[in-house]
Design a protein around this ligand. Structure first.
Ligand SMILES: Nc1nc2c(ncn2[C@@H]2O[C@H](COP(=O)(O)OP(=O)(O)O)[C@@H](O)[C@H]2O)c(=O)[nH]1
Ligand SMILES: [Mg+2]
Ligand SMILES: [Zn+2]
Length: 312
């Protein structure tokens, strides 16, 4: 028989599939040549991919289903490897939401790093929810920094949700936001991605505090992305970290289009295209000067212009 199912886990050449929205996992392998929509990635099939498979009888480890075809993706997120091999790796496909998790402390978020992730999500058309995690560690100490963070990112058009697992804060709201969606949990190692998944559904058992980016170097990363089903509804893909979560093939002139607050005003720039750096009558620069666009976001944009070629 033939069927269509979603990839929920990938370890080497072995996959687990489930006919979402049902959660009935069964093993599958890639055999022969899979028809590919895009080439260039080191992995032909990613978590979240919908695949057509064939199967004789019951799927078991000894007699797994065989993946025949990857169905067209609504979207996907790529991880470009950090070395110069120019290889890329599809982290996940068919996402309804990227939950980008950052903390102001331990680890401290670097705004240019966050902005780069946000640009990547815009490029791949994945809606974003920003989670400010571990607020129990710093909100009382630095309330003005928490407020400033909110102002910057809500001002740019992103929802910001504060969470604290020890205080149980923001967990119900996050559960609601994840319901009915396929969510990619992304963010630097240690921000609390796996802990949040466990807080959303205590029956799940993602590895907490174990995988550091250093350990990933040179290891094969395919088994590190895994989809979980939340008892409250919705699916979460856990990722170990975001090194090299980078842009792919973006021209300099295009970058500002992926800053929503810049996109909203750039029609009023006198020059087209405008790099929003030296041109007269630039609406983006005017908005930065007037405080309507955050200077931090603008600086991230300038950094991306300068590093063009390095981060792609
Ligand atoms: N204080 C505090 N610690 C947290 C919170 N969430 C996670 N942690 C801790 O942060 C560390 C890393 O968490 P983990 O979920 O493994 O992060 P991941 O690498 O993003 O998956 C663990 O020691 C967690 O117990 C939180 O809301 N508050
Ligand atoms: Mg983790
Ligand atoms: Zn301009």
């Amino acid at each position: 028989m033939e069927g269509v199912a979603t990839v929920v886990k990938n370890a080497g050449s072995h996959y687990l599939l489930s006919p979402l929205p049902d959660w009935e996992l069964f093993p599958a392998v890639l055999r022969g040549k899979v028809r590919l929509e895009r080439s260039g990635a080191t992995n032909p099939v990613a978590v979240g991919d919908r695949v057509r498979y064939s199967l004789e009888g019951q799927a078991t480890e000894q007699h797994p289903a065989v993946i025949k075809e990857v169905l067209p993706r609504d979207n996907y997120i790529i991880r470009r490897s950090t070395n110069l091999s120019r290889q890329s790796h599809v982290i996940a496909a068919n996402l309804d939401q990227a939950v980008v998790i950052v903390s102001l402390y331990f680890p401290e978020v670097k705004l240019p790093f966050l902005d780069r992730i946000l640009v990547t999500c815009e490029v791949y058309k994945v809606p974003v929810l920003i989670v400010l995690s571990k607020v129990d560690l710093y909100r009382e100490q630095v309330p003005e920094q928490v407020e400033a963070f909110r102002r910057i990112y809500e001002g740019a058009g992103y929802p910001v949700l504060e969470t604290s697992i020890p205080e149980g804060e923001g967990i119900d709201a996050l559960r609601e936001r994840c319901r009915g969606r396929v969510n990619l949990f992304s963010g630097e190692s240690g921000v609390g991605k796996s802990s949040l998944i466990k807080a959303l559904d205590p029956t799940l058992d993602p590895k907490i505090g174990q995988i550091s980016e250093a350990h990933l170097q040179g290891k094969h990363t395919t088994s590190l992305y895994e989809m979980y089903r939340l008892g409250s509804g919705g699916y979460v893909i856990d990722t170990p970290g975001l090194r090299g979560f980078g842009l792919v093939d973006l021209e300099k002139e295009e970058i500002s289009k992926y800053f929503p607050e810049m996109l909203a005003v750039m029609d009023d720039c006198r020059f087209v295209p405008c790099t929003h750096t030296h041109e007269p009558d630039c609406a983006v620069k005017a908005a930065v000067d007037a405080g309507r666009i955050s200077a931090d976001r603008y600086n991230s944009y300038l950094g991306m212009l300068e590093e063009d070629g390095k981060f792609r």
